[in-house]
Design a binder for this molecule. Structure first.
Ligand code: UDX
Ligand code: ADP
Length: 465
């Protein structure tokens, strides 16, 4: 086993940045270069102002301050980083394909392939290459083929080491990981590479939490873990629709079933729909994989998890229109939150986007307040949908830096993200400033509904009236 002293990570995003920060913190003897082809992003990672870091994660800026310039470095020089490192992590983005075969389903591997070619071309000595991005099963073997075609005298070991961190709790998830999964080849070189990577994690995690498997089990486990988590949310969201019709309370149902230790209480919170860069993408990947192998029924089963999620977002928007006397035309609706969950500035697949789109189609005017997301990001999200022009989006979607201003004179508030600070607001003051009757549509529980009702709000929550 080689004791690693130099690591490079290609891709300085939500995965690469926090993961390398924690590895650097716990392995002061390893020099880590994080590289990205986006110079603006790298400049932000190197900024003295910690508010500028491109990723917001509780606890991240403190670690960056401690290790940056000591054993953690950010740069745009990808080739140099490839030459220097004994171990290279690939943490580039793998969005869903937006063109050609597998459009809207399969993962777009162009960034990974580009990265693999660059590594293959630039390597001057043996390397361990670690897949950190979530990838379809059997990508590792494609990566290996690319290397082999470019350099026959250098040995490349490819490992799969999927990331299980959740945004908003990434640092804690890394420091106290339930498990670390490392997939490698069942050859001597493959097993040695697994040990080298395992040693890095053993700097802070007990050995029993490090699970090694073959490469394809590791790749498939990542997709499966996310599919199971998302399935729980879609299951409870499907029940929330029934609760609204029957008078049952979905939070009570979730509590009651979660108390069964076979079911467990986590990931049973009914919501406006799951978002984030992983769940939808990974399930689509799984569906594509099943269908590719002719397993139509298995593919249809997992696809239903996404369909229920779309249904939930649609239902939430429709509930708003129905409650506001069947029309929101010309009405002002305040959105509390735009991020896909609290404690992150990430908006990828946020339910906010489609709900806003639907309400704007119904001619509502939206004013968003989010403590971490910038207006430019929101407009980009809306433009990406391609439903209307940028000017039209800017007209229909406004932004306020003060939540009280966002709510003022509005007909309703839609709570999209469960930011903790919403609980601390003076809701009496908010109520007084709104048009009456004043509504709160609670997609992510913020306050006790009874408390809001006492003030005078009409409260409509997921799974409750
Ligand atoms: C997820 C996985 O949790 C993580 O292991 C993987 O590495 C990446 O994908 P992430 O998307 O960052 O992480 O956040 P997560 O906490 O899983 O939340 C995803 C979405 O589900 C959010 O929109 C969240 O609000 C929603 N959610 C979560 C619910 O609607 N109900 C729940 O009970 C839990
Ligand atoms: P994730 O959530 O998976 O971390 P991000 O989009 O936040 O995804 O980050 C991925 C990063 O990878 C981006 O900053 C992008 O610029 C970078 N990237 C993609 N391809 C390459 C490449 N070939 N070389 C260097 N950086 C790359």
């Amino acid at each position: 086993m080689t004791k690693i002293k130099t690591i490079s990570c290609i891709g300085a995003g939500y995965v690469g940045g926090p993961t390398m920060a924690v590895i650097a913190l716990k392995n002061p003897h390893i020099r880590i270069n994080v590289v990205d082809m986006n110079p603006e992003k790298i400049a932000l990672w190197n900024s003295d102002n910690m508010d500028d870091l491109p990723v917001y994660e509780p606890g991240l800026s403190e670690i960056i301050q401690e290790v940056r310039g000591k054993n953690l470095f950010f740069s745009t020089d990808v080739d140099q980083a490839i030459r220097d490192a004994e171990m290279i992590f690939i943490s580039v983005n793998t969005p869903t394909k937006s063109y050609g075969i597998g459009k809207g389903m399969a993962a777009d591997l162009k960034y990974v392939e580009l990265c693999a070619r660059q590594i293959g071309k630039g390597a001057t000595r043996d390397k361990i290459v670690v897949e950190k991005s979530t990838l379809p099963v059997r990508t590792a073997s494609s990566i290996k083929k690319i290397f082999a075609a470019q350099q026959s005298n250098i040995s490349f070991s490819v490992l799969s080491n999927p990331e299980f961190l959740a945004e908003g709790t990434a640092i804690n998830d890394l420091l106290n990981a339930d498990r670390v999964l490392i997939g490698g080849e069942e050859t001597e070189a493959g097993q040695k590479a697994i040990q080298s990577l395992s040693a890095i994690y053993e700097a802070w995690l007990p050995k029993e939490r490090i699970i090694s498997t073959n490469i394809w089990s590791s790749e498939l486990s990542k997709l499966t873990a996310n599919a199971f988590l998302a399935q729980r949310i879609s299951s409870i969201n499907a029940i929330s629709a029934l609760c609204e019709k029957t008078g049952a309370n979905v939070d009570e149902v979730a509590k009651a079933i979660g108390a069964d230790s076979r079911i467990g209480s986590k990931f049973l919170k009914s919501s406006v729909g799951f978002g984030g860069s992983c769940f939808k993408k990974d399930i689509l990947n799984l569906v594509y994989l099943c269908r590719h192998f002719g397993l139509q029924e298995a593919g249809d089963y997992w696809e239903q998890v996404i369909k229920i999620n779309d249904y939930q977002k649609q239902r939430f928007a429709e509930n708003i229109v129905t409650a506001l006397f069947n029309t929101v035309s010309g009405k002002d609706i305040a959105f509390f939150g735009w991020a896909f969950k609290k404690d992150t500035n990430d908006t990828r697949e946020s339910a906010a986007i489609e709900i806003a789109d639907k309400l704007i189609e119904e001619q509502a005017v939206i004013t968003v307040y989010d403590p971490k997301v910038k207006y430019a990001r929101m407009i980009e999200d809306m433009n990406y949908l391609d439903t209307r022009s940028e000017e039209e989006n800017e007209k229909a979607l406004n932004f306020e830096t003060d939540p009280y201003e966002a709510a003022k004179d509005s007909h309703a508030i839609a709570v999209i993200t469960e930011w903790d600070e919403f609980k601390t607001y003076d809701w009496q003051k908010i109520y007084s400033s709104m048009k009456k009757p004043a509504f709160v549509f609670d997609g992510r529980n913020i306050l006790d509904h009874e408390d809001l009702r006492k003030i005078g709000f009409i409260v409509r929550g997921i799974g409750k009236q």
